[in-house]
Design a binder for this molecule. Structure first.
Ligand code: PMP
Length: 456
């Protein structure tokens, strides 16, 4: 049960204006033209909701940036952070610290296969940076393959691996990264008609890419198990198993990036479980502690861990395994287990969000496709269902993006904060969302899609 605010606090527009003014004067925001943004001053949050200083409350169907898997301000996690702060707020990474040991144990127990050693980072990008470094050192090879339509983080190697337009301004072209196409039937790069054809052609394409790049030059293949930011594209059955086979054949390290898909999001602790695939390295962050304190990491196979058993791993971070972040992770994982949050996400997907979103698609011509699982769904908004022309062009900004902006404004007017990326809205609420909250969100989406329909 997610904790709820008993009521929204009284409006306090004066404080809101002061918060906004200081933000506008001094905060330099991510991924933004600084003078073209209008950040909402947030007064508080609880469970699946947050509220502003004007007295407006929003149901958060974004989970922040897809990280509050148990909602905001869960009392057990807040208490664990307070207790850890009182006992031992910080300590350097070279020591054994109770919160860190316990977090590593709880994570290792849940990761698939023999991924039993945990390297902690402060977030997802650093996890990807370190996973690729481990793979390069383990294999002695330089290149890394990653998919178009992916997101792996905003730092140097991670942004080079990323296969969306955010890479373009920062891509120096020299990171040893080669991009390939992963399967995506709705906008198939392989002109495939069925899931099986899409899978087979995608695997052939990857095998060809490996052959022409030179198998002996490739350290790793990095894939999001279920690509998130790029559109929540569940791979066809057998695809990831096929990638695993190619990796085994050529001695390539398989890195599955579960920064977004991990910790309950897909209705399993890790998305890899859906596909019976065990990677060599698995990256996580976000849901590991619901984003309460920055934390990420790499779960490492026994074989790769052995590479660094008697030879130092040449990488580290001042705050690796920070006690506050790890205490939050321990409490979050315990909450998820005790409150059956993973099971709830699975049930929500099958019984509530899946059917509810399908019903919306049946009513609204602007919905081209609904896809996803658990608490991890995307609606592809289109001008025309037949041609699948996106409601806004790829990477649209300004006026070109206006139809999606109108959709977003309508959702907010109905009390829903939606996740919008290009021509899609992602339905990514906390994994402990209740059925009543889901119904409230679906009703608001229904109203907002009526606005999107005007652009079909
Ligand atoms: N990998 C994936 C799959 C992600 O979704 C993200 C963040 N959206 C990252 C890596 C980067 O994580 P962070 O922003 O914590 O560095």
């Amino acid at each position: 049960q997610s904790p709820q605010p008993s009521r929204t606090p009284r409006p306090d527009p004066e404080t809101g204006a002061a918060v906004k003014a200081a933000d506008r004067a001094h905060v330099f925001h991510s991924w933004s033209a600084q003078e073209l943004i209008d950040p909402l001053p947030v007064a508080g949050a609880g469970g699946a909701y947050f509220w502003d200083y004007e007295g407006n409350r929003y149901l958060d169907f974004t989970s922040g940036l897809v990280f509050t898997n148990i909602g905001y301000q869960h009392p057990r996690v807040v208490a664990a952070i307070q207790e850890q702060a009182a006992r031992l707020t910080t300590f350097a990474p070279a020591f054994a610290v109770a919160a860190r040991s316990e977090a590593a144990r709880l994570i290792a127990e849940r990761t698939p296969g023999d991924l039993d050693k945990i390297f902690f980072t402060n977030g997802g990008a650093e996890a990807v940076e370190n996973a690729t470094r481990m793979a390069r050192l383990h294999t002695g090879r330089p290149k890394v393959l990653s998919a178009y339509r992916s997101y792996h983080g905003g730092t140097s190697t991670a942004i080079n691996l990323t296969g969306d337009p955010r890479r373009w301004p920062s891509d120096n072209g020299s990171a040893g990264v080669v991009h390939f196409w992963a399967p995506f039937l709705y906008r198939s790069p392989f002109y495939a008609g069925t899931e099986e054809e899409e899978r087979d052609r995608a695997l052939q394409h990857l095998a060809d890419t490996i052959a022409f790049e030179g198998p002996g030059t490739i350290a790793a293949i990095v894939l999001e198990t279920v690509p998130g930011t790029a559109g929540i594209m569940t791979p066809p059955p057998g695809y990831l198993a096929g990638v695993r086979e190619l990796c085994d054949l050529h001695g390539i390290v398989l890195i599955l990036d579960e920064v977004m898909a991990g910790f309950g999001r897909t209705g399993k602790w890790f998305a890899a479980e859906h596909f019976d695939v065990v990677p060599d390295l698995l990256t996580f962050a976000k849901g590991v502690n619901s984003g309460y304190v920055p934390l990420g990491g790499v779960a490492i196979s026994a074989e790769i861990a052995a590479t660094f058993a008697r030879r130092p791993y040449p990488g580290g971070l001042t705050y690796s395994g920070h006690p506050l972040a790890c205490a939050a992770a321990v409490a979050t994982i315990e909450v998820m287990a005790d409150e059956k949050v993973v099971e709830n996400a699975d049930r929500l997907g099958t019984d509530v969000l899946g059917p509810g979103l399908a019903a919306l698609a049946a009513r609204h011509p602007s919905v081209g496709e609904v896809r996803g699982m658990g608490a991890f769904w995307a609606l592809e908004l289109v001008r025309d269902r037949e041609t699948r022309e996106p409601l806004v062009p790829y990477n649209a900004t300004g006026e070109a993006a206006a139809p999606m902006a109108a959709f977003g404004a309508a959702a907010k007017k109905h009390g829903l904060w939606p996740f919008i990326n290009m021509n899609r809205t992602h339905v990514v609420p906390p994994c402990n969302l209740t059925d009543e909250e889901a119904a409230e969100g679906l009703a608001a989406l229904d109203a907002a899609l009526t606005v999107a329909d005007e652009h079909t």
